[in-house]
Design a binder for this molecule. Structure first.
Ligand SMILES: NC(=O)C1=CN([C@@H]2O[C@H](COP(=O)(O)OP(=O)(O)OC[C@H]3O[C@@H](n4cnc5c(N)ncnc54)[C@H](OP(=O)(O)O)[C@@H]3O)[C@@H](O)[C@H]2O)C=CC1
Ligand SMILES: CC(=O)N[C@@H](CCC(=O)OP(=O)(O)O)C(=O)O
Length: 337
């Protein structure tokens, strides 16, 4: 068994990691950590999150930066479900030990430090770790993930968006002057567990936010290798993301080569499911899958592709474990389906 631990185990993505690793056949969940000042420290995780099974009773231990080396030395895999700023400092310290790090935050997803600073409003001061970090979009980066010590697990919106766009870009079907337009809606768990008025049940409706300046725009652009116009929306539901992307294609594109592009990318994927109808978030909630469906208007040369995921799973925790499975030589879907 490989020993694993989770930092940020009391949060929304952290608790999904607890669920998955608790039942995983190869990873043994050895320790669950929260911050030194956490209101949940010393509690059992299933007392904090009653949805967990009775035997899923790990104690939420307080951990500080001082203990990172010692903790890293005791584990094979470390999962960081922490705020970006905390992962940014902690990942390089953990990596000094012989451990693999799977970071769910955005701290190491962008290779350009100036673009990072603009998007996250703080500077990444560990350029070597940035360079070593492998982007964990599992369907597209398998070989690099298999060899990685540091995996930057993609954001939730970027996962949903990139799965729809990349087959078209990589197959050179996108029209030269086309900027894909992505409209995506997330449930409120995307904002994390910390209470705020914008995510309170009474306040949430359906509305766009982060228009033309959301930090996921540069992440999608770097990994799709194209500019995009990305508009996120907050919806009045708990879990899930639905991303609808509109793209104009080259004159040479036809329904057959679009189908071929998606089939080449995902026909053998255990996680991405090519459907025969439009996906619905409720069908994906609590699963590690990404569902995809598209329609092409030949006359307008317009492709509309729709992808749906659970933001806490394929958008975070299950994709982190998908990457860990690959990094430890297993099939990507082990312990997930
Ligand atoms: N929610 C989502 O859909 C997605 C989230 N992510 C990313 O994953 C990460 C976790 O997100 P999420 O689970 O939603 O966040 P939550 O706010 O739900 O949880 C954050 C966790 O981090 C802990 N924490 C907070 N501050 C510190 C600190 N200074 N030191 C140590 N631990 C700390 C919290 O515990 P405590 O304060 O009790 O110590 C809690 O366990 C974030 O970087 C987020 O951007 C990525 C993709 C999707
Ligand atoms: C609904 C909501 O607020 N969603 C979050 C995105 C989820 C997240 O935590 O983003 P990372 O993938 O970058 O970590 C947001 O828009 O900031």
């Amino acid at each position: 068994m490989m020993k694993a631990c989770i930092f940020g185990a009391s949060g929304y993505t952290g608790v999904e990691l607890v669920k998955i690793l608790h039942k995983h056949p190869t990873f043994e969940l050895s320790n669950c950590y929260v911050s030194e000042g956490s209101a949940d420290k010393d509690k059992r995780v299933n007392d904090v999150h009653a949805c967990l099974d009775a035997d899923c009773n790990y104690v939420l231990q307080a951990a500080s930066e001082r203990e990172l080396s010692e903790i890293a030395a005791q584990h094979d895999a470390v999962f960081l479900a922490l705020p970006h700023e905390v992962s940014h400092h902690w990942a390089p310290k953990l990596l000094e030990q012989n451990v693999r790090v799977f970071d769910l935050s955005g701290a190491y997803r962008l290779s350009d430090l100036a673009i990072f600073e603009q998007a996250y409003c703080f500077a990444n001061t560990y350029p070597d770790t940035v360079q070593d970090a492998v982007y964990g979009l599992a369907e597209w980066n398998k070989q690099a993930i298999q060899a990685a010590s540091m995996v930057a697990v993609p954001g939730c919106y970027p996962t949903a968006s990139l799965i729809g766009i990349k087959p078209i870009v990589e197959s050179e079907l996108l029209a030269d002057n086309c900027i894909p337009v992505i409209n995506a809606t997330s449930g409120v768990s995307g904002a994390g567990r910390k209470a705020s008025s914008t995510t309170s049940f009474y306040e949430v409706s359906l509305t766009p936010y982060g228009v033309l300046n959301h930090r996921h725009t540069p992440e999608i652009e770097e990994h799709a290798k194209t500019k995009v116009i990305f508009t996120p929306h907050l919806g009045a539901f708990k879990r899930g993301i639905l991303a609808t992307t509109t793209m104009f294609l080259k004159e040479t594109a036809c329904a057959e080569n679009i189908a071929q592009a998606y089939s080449n990318a995902y026909a053998n994927s255990p996680i991405v499911r090519i459907r025969s109808n439009w996906p619905k978030v409720d069908e994906l909630a609590n699963t590690p899958y990404c569902d995809i469906y598209w329609k092409y208007d030949t006359e307008k040369r317009c492709l509309v592709v729709c992808t749906a995921i659970d933001n806490l799973l394929k958008g975070a925790a299950s994709q982190a474990v998908q990457c860990a499975n690959l990094a430890f030589g297993m099939s990507e879907e082990v312990g997930l389906i």
